[in-house]
Design a protein around this ligand. Structure first.
Ligand code: WTA
Length: 650
């Protein structure tokens, strides 16, 4: 199979698909181009249950601060739950599979009641009101989804922090959002053993904190400490709460949630998404890209701590009235057949995961898919990083029996939902290629110098040149950073356009392949990591004078973290193993296990220009084991390059 090979959509599938041909795709995209507001206005009227209709579609007067569907009133939780009660009250909304194999089916009616009780608890016992920030630090259990939707129901803004982040990282995010409440769990189960979250919250709240109350879902029932007047058991407080809670009437542009993500500085950004535009696109992309049918069961393996979990485990599937699977465990436990056993057991029709997971499942269990009945599968998705052709091929042939479409969905926290992706019933796919912009998304690869579209095979900047409904609305508390981070690099026709931070290239068919970040953000196992964040953590080590962190290719993780460290004592390192351990311990404390370095190299110096700028390009090349061919004569000390090459590559 060559990289150029094209796979046509399965004709049986295409017949039933919402967008069933390239003609249909082209017609939608043409309509969007010719009548942008008409396209989006119609979609919003059709898809959203408005409490009050909107008056304007797009308001660009204050660009890049834009408004969509101004004047409209809605409630996102009602969009995801209440409106389905007439037709789907006994349909499974969430199928939960625990780490130990325990299964819970939560119908739309159950979901309605559980979310309302949760919302009443937050209102009555914790005094949470519209606009308050609530941090959610939770395992993958149904209560995490209830917590999100309960916030949406009462107009509180949730900010989920991935359960793998450390106390320090959690503290930073709590403080930046000035959260009043934290929702957590004692812990949960991983590989049949309990693990803990509440102690991390305790540590994050030491000293001054804006947090008044902590709600603890008792999942694993391990011993935790309870601070009187601050910590409360969800399992106790939820008893006797009313299953009716009126949905707060929200404006289209009222914030729905914050989600912190890495950028090119040490401080994570609180990406803000608002109500109407976000939920509209979450629902539309679910319908188009996964093409979930009424009786289907859909599973996304992400964690709710990332945007994929927000949009494609909770909001998107529920907004369209689908059945979404939530999984607490580890996909390779008890063996690498676990996901395929789950596909067979739950008769899953759409499966969505990250290339890292595919690589691991391939490596650990190449023949596992054969042992299970995977015939229900129709669409396979990937997200988070470029997928390599061998992993793609295995996914396509062994998991999908060469009959499922693979949707390589390209998007990011800031875009809210997919922006470039195949449509399973329409787009001829090419391995490891995100293909074409979705209808309504004006995504273009531009030359940053001229703002012109690049030619075939020329790498340029992946931009979105018109505002779209689910776009980031701001960086929490930092309007300037929003403008600078996303609208500072590329101008088209003199107008600042949204730049994703990724490079991309067109092929002769106009298909888009994402080539990776152009900034100092790396992608480790599909998790976005700012090298500056890792550097800031390492600098907390008393003996570190200088540090530079770069990404290097990694067989399973996509990218690994490579740190060059100059120590203060110049007598060399007394005990390298101990020093590496100490540095990784600091990283675990400051960020979490996900940021632990794959390689740490102690160096006598770093390659710098005479003005003191670290030449990361050189460091990246050395970490990759590449020969340095570029001119290094402008360096303050060119000899450092040979020294580093010797240390790293021998
Ligand atoms: C990368 C995850 C190649 C990209 C949804 C982007 C991808 C970053 C793909 C966003 C893909 C995501 N092909 N690269 N299909 N999808 N990326 O915010 O670099 O965690 O900017 O959102 O992941 O990561 P984030």
């Amino acid at each position: 199979m060559s990289e150029k090979q094209i796979f046509q959509p399965n004709p049986e599938f295409a017949k039933e698909a919402r967008i069933g041909s390239m003609e249909a795709y082209n017609a939608l995209q043409k309509r969007a181009l010719e009548d942008y507001e008409g396209f989006w206005g119609d979609a919003a009227r059709e898809k959203i249950d408005w409490i009050e209709p909107f008056s304007g579609v797009l308001d660009e007067a204050n660009a890049p601060f834009v408004k969509w569907f101004d004047g409209g009133k809605l409630n996102v939780a009602a969009q995801c739950i209440d409106r389905h009660l007439d037709t789907r009250k006994n349909k499974a909304a969430i199928i939960f599979e625990g780490d130990r194999g325990d299964v819970q089916t939560i119908t739309y009616l159950d979901l309605y009641k559980n979310v309302n009780r949760f919302a009443n608890l937050l209102k009555e016992d914790f005094g949470v009101t519209k606009g308050d920030r609530v941090v959610i630090y939770m395992p993958m259990i149904p209560e995490a989804a209830y917590a999100m939707l309960a916030c949406a129901r009462i107009g509180a803004i949730h900010s989920i922090v991935f359960g793998g982040f450390s106390a320090e990282a959690l503290k930073d995010r709590i403080e930046d959002a000035e959260a009043k409440v934290v929702i957590t769990a004692d812990g949960a189960f991983r590989k049949k053993k309990p693990y803990m979250l509440k102690p991390v919250v305790d540590a994050a709240l030491e000293g001054d904190t804006p947090v008044e109350k902590v709600l603890v879902v008792e999942r694993n029932e391990e011993e935790v400490t309870w601070k009187a007047g601050r910590d409360y058991s969800y399992n106790e407080l939820i008893q006797g709460k009313s299953a009716v809670c009126e949905a707060e009437v929200m404006d289209s542009e009222d914030p729905l949630f914050l989600l912190y993500t890495s950028g090119s500085t040490g401080k994570p950004k609180g990406v803000q998404h608002n109500s109407a535009g976000y939920i509209l696109w979450a629902q539309m992309t679910m319908e188009w890209v996964f093409d979930v049918k009424e009786n289907d069961t859909y599973w996304c393996t992400a964690d709710i701590g990332w945007i994929t979990g927000h949009t494609y485990i909770v909001y998107g599937p529920l907004a369209m009235g689908a059945t979404t699977v939530m999984f607490e465990g580890v996909i390779t436990y008890p063996d690498a057949g676990r996901p395929w056993a789950m596909v067979e057991n739950h008769r899953i029709n759409q499966f969505y995961t990250a290339p890292t997971a595919i690589r691991v499942l391939h490596k650990m269990g190449e023949d596992e898919p054969k042992k299970y009945d995977l015939s229900t599968l129709k669409v396979l998705g990937t997200v988070g990083e470029p997928i390599d052709p061998p992993a793609w091929k295995w996914y396509y042939e062994e998991v999908g029996s060469s009959k499922c479409a693979i949707v390589d969905t390209y998007w990011q926290t800031e875009t809210g939902g997919h922006i470039v992706s195949p449509l399973p019933g329409a787009t001829p796919i090419k391995p490891a290629c995100a293909t074409l912009p979705l209808p309504g998304i004006i995504a273009e690869i531009l030359d940053p110098a001229t703002g012109e579209k690049v030619g075939v095979d020329e790498t340029g900047y992946m931009c979105i040149t018109r505002p779209w409904p689910s776009q980031i609305r701001g960086v929490w508390g930092d309007a300037e950073r929003y403008v600078k981070s996303y609208f500072g690099d590329v101008k088209k026709d003199g107008k600042a356009v949204y730049f994703t931070g990724d490079g991309a290239v067109y092929d002769a068919d106009g298909y888009i392949t994402i080539t990776g970040r152009t900034d100092d953000v790396i992608n480790v196992s599909g998790h976005r990591m700012g090298t500056a964040e890792v550097e800031a953590a390492i600098k907390k080590h008393a003996n570190v004078a200088e540090v530079a962190v770069v990404g290097r290719p990694h067989e399973l993780k996509g990218e690994g973290i490579f740190a060059y460290i100059v120590l203060k004592s110049d007598e060399g390192v007394a005990d390298e193993v101990e020093e590496v351990k100490a540095i990784n311990t600091i990283i675990k404390q400051e960020i979490g296990n996900i940021a632990v370095c794959d390689d740490i190299i102690f160096a006598p110096g770093l390659p710098k220009t005479r003005s003191g700028k670290i030449m990361r390009r050189i460091l990246r090349a050395i970490a990759k084991g590449e020969k340095i061919t570029q001119d290094i004569s402008t360096l303050e000390d060119p000899s450092i390059v040979a020294t580093l090459e010797k240390i790293v590559n021998g």
